[in-house]
Design a protein around this ligand. Structure first.
Ligand code: FAD
Length: 445
């Protein structure tokens, strides 16, 4: 008589949920443990003043194929907005709203043609941005940080403010001197240089938590408010998770999908599990300010703001706007009323209709640990650990993508595949047949 292998997934963010989903599809019994009362981790929603709001506006691009596939698999495609063509409205104090649009030409000419009508760049800036894009395509081993790379490629302050920063800072959630040129160029190549449709902006039109809820509904056991504080081991194998409050739960294998600091606490002896340098990941904050006006204020679904701490604004329903402030180190500790006033006055300075509208209420959501970036020279770990039936996942791990939803989803998929093949390999080494690895595991456990 065989039984399904039982896996404990720690962390109900999109990394843990994707890993759990992938293992459940292969017939594993998945128990999900989450310390908070909410599903989705950083990508969740909650009530503020009687309104369900996302913890912060999340967008993905059309090149985030793993996320888009997940949305489809979970039956939420009808709730996904995706631009037919890349186009952004750009707001500034000094000029009327401008538009940066991709043309129908193949990449990267699709952008070059768009620059021709973009008033925030001079002719020289356009030439220099264009030549940096061409250089980005060829530079496979860039050195140093992204700000230095852009300086080396002669980007003017105006080009930084009007093009590079509005796209790269939110995508990387870091000032450009804090991220490697390698990661910056990955974003440029993936979004702007491969396929002319890759940078199309997409987001869910329902609260973000629906995605996590749909994934969790396909798992066997979902245990909210259950923090995992350690692992039970026999030799080098994990045999269960220790829960806060003293209880434990047995498992045949484990996926830990939590931020780096929490991973270190759960592992107790991280270096012995194959992890050095978990302390070398810096948390980067994001602040979102939610404003409810007595009327619509934006005139479009979303826009970028130039030379403003509010980088992007989304009108999520008529009169309700969410202002996104990435890499918000200097703002995250500010009191809510200051943040609300800051966002209100920034919008009023670029949108006459926002200046005229009455603000009914405002709220700020702050996440000091929104994303994690490695210190220079530190490598992000992959899914594998020194323990044969333990893998890790998380947007901050080595997926090749910046710490985003796409990275979380890809890391979850990789963790599931790694665990599956490790366990299957372990089972085969013990004399199991090749073939359906789940059955192999079932025999082995
Ligand atoms: C405000 C904001 C805006 C963002 N905007 C974007 C965006 O526009 N586009 C984009 O792609 N990305 C965006 N991101 C980043 C994206 O949300 C994250 O990179 C991604 O969701 C992280 O997923 P994860 O599963 O790796 O980690 P998390 O979401 O952090 O999940 C980890 C989970 O583990 C749980 N946990 C921790 N310790 C324990 C424990 N001991 N026991 C049990 N559970 C534990 C946590 O409570 C959490 O639920 C944004 C993030 C924030 C905060």
């Amino acid at each position: 008589m065989t039984r399904q292998p039982r896996v404990a997934v720690v962390g109900a963010g999109l990394a843990g949920l994707t890993a759990g989903l992938a293992l459940a599809k292969r017939g594993w019994r998945v128990d999900l443990y989450e310390r908070s009362r909410l599903l989705g981790g950083k990508a969740t929603s909650f009530e503020v003043d009687g309104h369900e709001v996302d913890c912060g506006q999340h967008v993905v691009l059309a090149c985030c194929t793993a996320t888009l596939d997940l949305i489809e698999e979970l039956g939420l495609s009808d709730s996904l907005y995706i631009q037919p063509r890349f186009e952004v409205t750009v707001l500034s104090r000094r000029r009327p709203p401008a538009h940066l649009r991709a043309s129908a030409l193949p990449a990267p000419l699709h952008l070059m043609a768009g620059f021709a009508h973009y008033p925030h760049l001079s002719t020289l800036d356009r030439i220099q941005v264009g030549s940096a894009l061409v250089a980005a395509r060829g530079d496979r081993t860039p050195k140093g940080d992204m700000a230095a790379w852009l300086r080396r490629h002669h980007q003017s302050t105006r080009a930084l403010r009007a093009f590079w920063e509005p796209f790269l800072v939110p995508a990387l959630n870091a000032p450009l001197d804090r991220v490697s040129a390698e990661m910056g160029l990955f974003v440029i190549r993936t979004a702007f240089l491969g396929d002319r449709d890759a940078a199309r902006i997409a987001y869910l039109t329902v609260p973000l938590a629906r995605l996590a809820e749909a994934a969790a509904a396909r798992l066997d056991g979902v245990h909210l408010r259950q923090a995992v504080v350690g692992l039970h081991r026999q030799g080098d194998r994990v045999t269960g998770v220790k829960l806060s409050g003293g209880a434990g739960a047995a498992c045949d294998a484990c996926v830990i999908a939590v931020p780096p600091t929490r991973l270190s606490a759960i592992l107790e002896d991280a270096p012995a599990s194959g992890f050095d340098g978990l302390g070398a990941f810096a948390a980067m904050p994001i602040v979102d300010v939610h404003l409810w006006y007595d009327r619509p204020v934006l005139g479009c679904d979303f826009a970028a703001l130039l030379n403003s701490p509010v980088q992007w604004v989304f009108e999520k329903s008529p009169g309700y706007v969410c202002c996104s402030l990435s890499a918000a180190d200097d703002l995250v500790q500010r009191p809510e009323r200051e943040l609300v006033e800051l966002a209100r006055s920034e919008l009023a300075s670029v949108l006459p209709q926002a200046a005229r509208a009455r603000l009914l209420r405002g709220a700020a959501t702050r996440d000091p640990d929104a994303t994690f970036i490695p210190a220079p020279g530190v490598h992000r770990p992959g899914a594998t650990t020194a323990l044969p039936n333990l893998v890790i996942a998380g947007a901050w791990t080595d997926t090749g993508w910046p710490a985003t939803i796409e990275s979380a989803v890809r890391s979850g998929q990789t963790a599931a595949l790694t665990l599956f093949s490790k366990i299957a390999g372990w089972s085969s080494a013990k004399g199991g047949r090749s073939g359906d690895a789940a059955l192999e595991v079932a025999r082995a456990v």
